[in-house]
Write a protein of this length. Structure first.
Length: 416
């Protein structure tokens, strides 16, 4: 176990007077090293949190170190393996990365605290579920972000339509918008995160697990329905069928002014307005529609969880930091500061004053994450889902292509 500081202890009665300068029973000061990711929180937020936390915990010091996402996976794995006195005690990780770190017994089990103290049942499922490994909770939800529909209010008015509530209405609305030089929607052919939401909305899965064995599930009837809806929506615009939403960046395409809708996180609008300031007052947001009008559609939830390395020597203090950052007070502060969704559905009202965040929070209540297996990152690296989507959009048989993609996923997840 690591040891950062050793307390000075007065053991002799003859030394008690001399120890008076140490105050209140010579309390030991301890440092909690926290790794947070670049751009996850503003410096102002971190300064305010640090000052207040240290005021409320007089024997603790925070050492917050900002990390870059590039190469972070190996850096975290190394930190979990090492017995480094300068290593992290709390780490921010992507919500879909938790299983990869928990698999090797590198993380502290926080199930008890989650259930007893932190209101686990109210957490957003897209953050809470991937934070579990087996039946234990290792990742504690910090913040979320998910896709909404970003749309042109002026084009909607000109077409005499309003934001749809159901998928069927969405198709009808988009078809009316897709006229002349205007694309009803710009949806790249390989935007597989958006497809995942459509599949989940139909009751399908990307992969399923039974008795510890994972299998690709794109060939289920429900998953095929999700892909068919994607195909019908995607054809109502000119998105490339053989590229994802970053090739070219869809913010730039939308900024050109001839697109009525895109599916994106609200934060992307900053990039749009930077390229075309004239659109600033013309942009609106609504949740991705679902099959039923009384609830938004399922969406992929991205974001971050906080974890505690099992080898920390300041376990109780690290847990206090996690409790504070993920608790209602600082979690809502972070959401307002950074335009995130808070980690609990009950906190959604805290961001209800901003249209984009309100739409995002509504969708987050039905958010999901990718399959909770450490091998999923390997699937994404090869990504047969993208190839599957392009083949279907260019006329190949959906059932055969889904079987091919599901088989490749199964083989990848089974490789040891």
């Amino acid at each position: 176990m690591r040891r950062r500081l050793l307390a000075l202890v007065c053991v002799s009665a003859s030394l008690l007077t001399g120890c008076g300068v140490m105050s209140d029973s010579a309390a030991e000061r301890r440092t909690v090293t926290v790794w947070l990711m670049q751009h996850s929180a503003s410096q102002d937020f971190l300064d305010r949190f640090t000052e207040e936390f240290e005021r409320e915990h007089e024997t603790l010091d925070l050492d917050i170190r900002v990390q870059e996402w590039t190469g972070i996976g190996e850096k975290v794995q190394q930190a979990l393996r090492d017995d480094d006195p300068d290593g992290p005690d709390v780490i921010e990780v992507g919500n879909t990365q938790v299983s990869a770190y928990a698999e090797g017994d590198g993380l502290l089990d926080l199930t008890l605290e989650s259930m007893r103290d932190w209101g686990r049942d109210d957490w957003l499922p897209g953050l809470a579920e991937p934070g579990r490994w087996g039946s234990q909770q290792y990742g504690i939800p910090w913040y979320a972000a998910n896709r909404v529909v970003v749309y042109r209010k002026d084009l909607f008015r000109a077409a005499g339509v309003t934001p749809p509530k159901t998928r069927d209405e969405w198709l009808e609305t988009t078809e009316r918008l897709d006229t002349g030089d205007t694309q009803g929607i710009y949806l790249a052919g390989q935007d597989w995160y958006t497809l995942a939401g459509f599949i989940w909305e139909e009751g399908g899965e990307l992969a399923t697990e039974r008795d510890g064995v994972w299998r690709g599930a794109l060939d289920s009837e429900a998953a095929l329905r999700g892909m068919d809806f994607y195909r019908r929506l995607q054809r109502l615009g000119d998105g490339p069928v053989d590229a994802d939403e970053e090739h070219p960046p869809q913010a730039g395409v939308f900024a050109e002014g001839r697109v009525a809708q895109i599916v994106a996180v609200p934060g992307l609008v900053r990039a749009i307005v930077q390229q075309n300031p004239g659109l600033e007052d013309k942009i609106g947001y609504f949740p991705v529609p679902g099959t039923e009008g009384d609830r938004p559609g399922a969406v992929f939830t991205g974001g971050s969880d906080l974890v505690v390395p099992a080898g920390t020597d300041v376990e109780d203090a690290a847990v206090e930091v996690v409790a504070a950052l993920t608790g209602a007070r600082w979690n809502t502060d972070l959401a307002r500061t950074m335009n995130y969704v808070p980690n609990k559905a009950s906190l959604a009202d805290s961001v209800a004053g901003e249209e984009g965040l309100r739409a995002m929070a509504a969708g987050a209540a039905r958010g999901r994450a990718t399959p909770a297996t450490p091998r999923w990152s390997v699937v994404e690296a090869d990504n047969p889902i993208k190839e599957y989507m392009t083949r279907v959009l260019t006329g190949a048989d959906p059932g055969k292509e889904a079987e091919r993609a599901a088989r490749r996923i199964t083989e990848t997840l089974a490789f040891d």
